[in-house]
Design a protein around this ligand. Sequence first.
Ligand SMILES: CC(C)(COP(=O)(O)OP(=O)(O)OC[C@H]1O[C@@H](n2cnc3c(N)ncnc32)[C@H](O)[C@@H]1OP(=O)(O)O)[C@@H](O)C(=O)NCCC(=O)NCCS
Length: 150
Amino acid sequence: MLNQQYIIRRMTDQDLDQIMRIEHESFAIPWSRESYQSELRNHFATYLVCDVEGEVVGYGGIWVVFEEAHITNIAIAESFRSKGLGRALMQALEDVAHKKRALRVVLEVRPSNLIARNLYESLGYVITGERKHYYVDDGEDALIMTKFLF
Ligand SMILES: CC(C)(COP(=O)(O)OP(=O)(O)OC[C@H]1O[C@@H](n2cnc3c(N)ncnc32)[C@H](O)[C@@H]1OP(=O)(O)O)[C@@H](O)C(=O)NCCC(=O)NCCS
């Protein structure tokens, strides 16, 4: 567990330098800065960061469109992983879905991403489908995982 104080708060444009660093160490197909800038202006989207004493160490996003919520991404900086922050961020994103009265939360994950799958399964997500050749870097399929809220 992390032995420093952290808060989970809304992402702002000022966070994007730190987010781009984490994005590039976390994903084979990183989103661009422009993608985050436009997501911050998307009324369906909420982006949160995990802030440890002024340093952004993780972030995640969710879209809520009517009854369905969709986790768009989640990442924790390498040196802060396995300390409970990914779980805390997921729970904060699910709170957003709850407050907006979504009935379910959906996400995609690589079958090979066992750490993320462990996290999602432990939070109550179940596999509800797959998308063939979803990831453009290597053609890996995506598992669709869903958590039913009500
Ligand atoms: C997936 C990710 C967000 C998890 O964040 P984290 O802060 O490391 O996770 P937590 O410490 O909150 O752990 C939550 C659960 O994840 C699983 N987990 C975490 N680290 C793990 C490890 N090294 N091995 C196996 N499972 C692990 C466990 O189920 C854990 O629950 P537990 O502590 O009760 O056993 C993080 O590893 C990450 O940023 N990965 C790169 C980006 C990514 O893959 N994002 C998801 C795309 S779908």
